[in-house]
Design a binder for this molecule. Structure first.
Ligand SMILES: Cc1ncc(COP(=O)(O)O)c(C=O)c1O
Length: 489
């Protein structure tokens, strides 16, 4: 009997697709994805919809009967797709890229097919050991200390929350050893005024509120000022607060600023504070020898986060956290119920003991697919090309009398603004808001903004695997053209 004939319809109608139905729908879907990725530029990168538009389009009631696969795909194309933002579009230069690549899609698909849930090693030895292997590879590519333990989280925000929990655990244990007490209602952490909001939110999640995260002022390159960090710690100690951790950033969100990690590490060591480094965006640049200087001091960190789902061509979600002190995470979070007890074997890692979620996705599979498909040489060449493209834009901006670069271009992010002559700061801000809107309205590019030194700046974030020099040339042309009309009286 053929596979498609093996199901009979009637009272006990099968729920699952038949293998033949799946094969056909799968082929259609892969064809669709392949053509989507081949021509992302046929879409406007930023969708033009009003809030509620898709909700008003979709059926209000849940479907009672099965829909044919072809119909579902057609509805996706007709209803959902026009309201999507095309993160895979080469003109997507807002935020930081979510680096989708076709091998990443293949790895993600296989992960869904296997549907392994990593609880303990025994629940999927493949998941546990592929995670260990790929993170060892990645650690080597980034030049991180070989003994660091790595694990994959969904996002850097989750990784940072875990780092602060481990820092708190370490402080609790240190206080215990010295016969003193850590007052959990007085704990504080430090990060720069340019750090990602996830750092403050970690303290909110721990019940201490945003203000228990001290925002240390930055210098004119948007890097944390170490002497201000020292002063803030001293003031807190004087006032009876209990510092537990510092979070330094290599590649801040607004401007890709780089904190002086080595000096911050010294200060952290003087006060026995946990040092977490957030390299969520810029971390992959450590693959390039010429970029290593930005990571000096990171080897002294207690934990370090890098997002392959930003600038390493792995689709969302894949955030890698490394730590030199995995036991602090385990002692803070390990609680193994009877049904999950298994014999200990020194080579069997039970990742559930190091993080809050019990079940983990097989994210290592997409990282493995990407690393295997491209190899480190091609990945490094692409990162280097992105840095070159960013520097090209930076050069054009620097040479244009009516434009201004607003931050150093360390990696692949350029912060710029147009400066109309003889107008107030507020008017300059408004002109740039208008310029950003005009460029985004073209549908060819999606840029975002930030405030740096209290000025409105336009961010151009290169990081998409499909972005080429032709795209950045076109963007510069548009920026200049839109600036002329944005500045017209
Ligand atoms: C420096 C930095 N850290 C952390 C994050 C948060 O990343 P995630 O969305 O993975 O939590 C971002 C997001 O852009 C970021 O730029």
């Amino acid at each position: 009997m053929k596979e498609e004939e093996s199901y009979s319809f009637g009272a006990a109608e099968p729920t699952e697709l038949s293998p033949e139905e799946f094969r056909r729908a799968g082929h259609d879907l892969v064809d669709w994805i392949s053509s989507y990725l081949a021509h992302p530029e046929r879409y406007r990168v930023l969708s033009q919809v009003r809030p509620g538009e898709l909700l008003d389009t979709l059926a209000p009631d849940p479907p009672e009967r099965p829909s044919p696969q072809a119909e579902i795909l057609a509805d996706f194309e007709h209803d959902v797709l026009p309201r999507a933002v095309h993160w895979n579009h080469p003109g997507f230069m807002a935020y930081f890229a979510a680096g989708g690549s076709s091998p990443g899609i293949l790895g993600e698909t296989l992960a869904a097919a296997l549907n392994n849930v990593g609880l303990l090693w025994r629940s999927s030895p493949a998941l546990a050991e592929l995670e260990e292997c790929t993170l060892r590879w990645l650690g080597r590519l980034l030049g991180l200390p070989g003994h660091w333990f790595g694990l994959i989280h969904d996002t850097a925000s989750t990784a940072t929350l875990h780092a602060v929990i481990a820092g708190r655990q370490s402080a609790l244990e240190r206080a215990g050893r010295s016969g003193s007490e850590l007052d959990l209602n007085r704990i504080v952490i430090y990060t720069s005024a340019q750090a990602h909001s996830s750092v403050e939110r970690a303290m909110a999640a721990l019940g201490r509120g945003f203000e228990a995260c001290r925002k240390i002022p930055c210098d004119d390159r948007f890097a944390m000022r170490p002497e201000a960090l020292r002063q803030s710690i001293a003031a807190d100690l004087r006032d009876g607060f209990q510092p537990i951790a510092v979070v330094a950033t290599v590649g801040t969100t607004a401007s890709a600023g780089v904190d002086p990690v080595g000096t911050v590490a010294e200060i952290a060591a003087e006060h026995s504070l946990w040092l977490h480094v957030d390299a969520a965006y810029a971390g992959p640049a450590a693959m390039l020898p010429e970029m290593r200087e930005h990571f000096a001091g990171c080897e002294r960190a207690d934990s370090f986060v890098v997002n392959p789902h930003k600038w390493l061509f792995v689709p969302m979600d894949c955030s890698v956290m490394y730590t030199s002190r995995p036991e602090s995470f385990r002692r803070a979070l390990s609680l193994v119920p009877e049904y999950l007890r298994s014999g200990d074997h020194p080579r069997a890692v039970n990742y559930m003991e190091y993080s809050i979620p019990l079940g983990r996705r097989f994210r290592a599979l997409k990282l493995w697919y990407v690393l295997r498909s491209f190899g480190s040489e091609r990945i490094a060449a692409t990162l280097r090309e992105h840095v070159r493209l960013a520097r090209l834009i930076a050069e054009w901006v620097d040479a244009a009398p009516d434009f201004e670069r607003m931050a150093p271009t360390h990696f692949s992010l350029v912060c710029l603004r147009v400066v109309p002559p003889n107008v107030t700061d507020a008017e300059i801000d408004r002109a740039n808001e208008k310029l950003l809107g005009a460029v985004n309205d073209t549908g060819e590019f999606f840029l975002s903004h930030a405030r740096l030194a209290d000025r409105y700046v336009i961010r151009v974030a290169i990081g998409n695997i499909r972005t080429t020099e032709a795209h950045v040339r076109r963007l510069w042309e548009l920026l200049q053209r839109c600036a002329r009309s944005a500045l017209a009286p």
